[in-house]
Design a protein around this ligand. Structure first.
Ligand code: NAD
Length: 463
């Protein structure tokens, strides 16, 4: 099938490449001509595991192309996916300017029939508006259906998630649209693909048939906002429980494990931290609150989710100050800048919140992130030294702060790091370690929602 994907960011690029991998002819376009030029030279704008291999294979097979000529891309394809950004406005509502611009562009360049699929995360009833724009601005013989196909991929495992979704949600209001949507995703629904990036059949990679959730357009739009808000709520709940554990003298790892083992609750997203960030949860939560308010519902529950999250960086900084008192002139080693592990995305990263606060208080920062340092160099200003290895942040540091849960931080040479520091202190903003793990290497360790653990003295030499 001939598909056009508009917007080649985390969602559009991953979706376009994976749709090509399952056999469609895909043309990706973006308003950012430099991004397209780079893609045509094989340079990816984002870090996403497995994506380079999937793109290279699809391009080599002649099924994936990139163009900055959006009009031509629209004219050539039977089905158009809208994957542009929907950033927050100052009032928290979703800014739909890019979605509207793309709908107009489609109306002006498509002839004959088009299925226009909204993949961007949008407030309920956006589908109606897209349809209205398509009809209003149509400049020739043009007939269309609109559908909603919200995206649930997780940055960092986006390729895996495309091939192994829990569910595929499609909202449409015509049989013609519903049939085409099912045809597009048939290889994923039936496991008819090699597992994306290597030559194993789907069945050999733990693939299970996803649920096919066919709904109205409005329901599909709501499913996405309701899902992200629920996941945000789970994170804020875990953070609130961690705070309570600290006050009560309990251990949040024990409590949250005990909670998550209940299948009705589930263990995912029950880990305390310095808060959720990224391009999805914060903006989708506020857009959902604003949109439900427009509908006449005051979603106070979600406002509290926001409030809990907003306090996380401040609470973490309180711990830093409790340990170090004055920060001016001190050196802080920072591990992690991305908003979560597995990505180079730093949008609304809580790690940035901590780093900015450290700099404001006059500290000198030595930072390392496996993927996000290039972005951070452009986005953060102040006395930050970017290190080549995780171990190097320890040099002369008064403390190391773990701000992103990259698993490789666990494998760093912690005993050597302790020796390089002015004071062997770790403040773990992601509970990457268990209490006691670093203490045996001589660190004073503080995590979230549990008692600090003191450095264990080296055993005395027997006389
Ligand atoms: N990032 C995620 O993990 C994720 C997951 C699920 C859903 N979403 C949703 O998907 C949408 C896209 O998110 P993203 O993270 O990929 O954003 P992104 O910023 O990485 O990519 C958006 C792309 O759209 C392009 N664009 C903007 N206006 C355009 C226009 N008029 N014509 C053509 N291209 C245009 C931009 O240049 C950019 O490359 C958002 O609504 C987001 O909420 C994101």
């Amino acid at each position: 099938m001939q598909l056009c994907v508009i917007g080649t960011g985390y969602v559009g690029l991953t979706t376009g490449a994976c749709l090509a991998a399952i056999g469609h002819d895909v043309i990706c376009t973006d308003a950012d001509a430099a991004k397209i030029a780079n893609l045509n030279q094989g340079k990816l704008p984002i870090f996403e595991e497995r994506l380079p291999e999937v793109i290279a294979a699809a391009v080599a097979a002649g099924r994936l192309r990139f163009t900055s000529d959006g009009n031509a891309a629209i004219a050539a394809a039977e089905t158009v996916f809208i994957c542009v950004g929907t950033p927050p406005d100052a009032d928290g509502k979703a800014n739909l300017a890019a979605v509207e611009a793309v709908a107009r562009q489609i109306a002006q360049n498509a002839r004959g029939y088009r299925l226009v699929i909204g993949k961007s995360t949008v407030p309920v009833r956006t589908g109606d508006q897209i349809k209205r724009v398509l009809t209003t601005y149509a400049s020739g013989r043009f007939e269309c259906d609109v559908a909603s196909n919200p995206e649930f991929l997780r940055e960092g495992t986006g390729v895996y998630d495309f091939f192994h979704p829990d569910r595929i949600v499609t909202g449409s209001d015509s049989d013609r649209a519903a049939t085409r949507l099912r045809e597009i995703y048939a290889p994923v629904l039936e496991g008819r693909f090699q597992c994306g990036w290597h030559q194993q059949a789907a069945s050999a990679c733990g693939w299970k048939p996803p649920a096919w959730v066919a709904t109205s357009i409005k329901s599909a739009e709501l499913i996405k906002h309701a899902s992200n808000s629920f996941l945000s709520m789970k994170i804020s709940y875990a953070n609130a429980i961690a705070d309570i554990c600290e006050l009560a003298g309990a251990d949040s790892s024990e409590v949250l494990r005990g909670l998550g083992l209940d299948r009705r609750i589930g263990a995912d997203f029950l880990r305390p931290g310095i808060g959720f960030g990224g391009f999805c949860f914060p903006k989708d939560l506020s857009a959902f609150i604003e949109m439900t308010a427009e509908l006449g519902y005051d979603f106070r529950l979600l406002r509290e989710v926001q409030a809990v999250n907003a306090r996380r960086v401040e609470q973490f900084m309180r711990k830093v100050r409790e340990e170090l008192w004055v920060l001016q002139g001190k050196t802080l080693g920072v591990l992690g800048l991305a908003f979560k592990a597995g990505t180079d995305d730093t949008r609304l990263s809580p790690a940035y919140g901590v780093v900015r606060e450290l700099l404001r208080l006059g500290a000198h920062v030595r930072a390392y992130d496996p993927q996000a340092m290039e972005r951070a160099r452009q986005e953060l200003s102040g006395p930050i030294e970017y290190c080549e290895r995780a171990e190097d942040v320890a040099e002369g540091a008064d403390a190391i702060l773990i701000l992103t849960e990259w698993p490789q931080f666990r494998d760093a040479d912690w005993p050597a790091m302790a020796n390089r520091m002015a004071r062997a202190l770790v403040l773990d903003g992601r509970n990457l370690f268990e209490p006691g793990e670093l203490s045996r290497h001589g660190f004073h360790y503080r995590g979230l929602g549990r008692a600090p653990s003191d450095a264990v003295a080296a055993p005395a030499l027997s006389s």
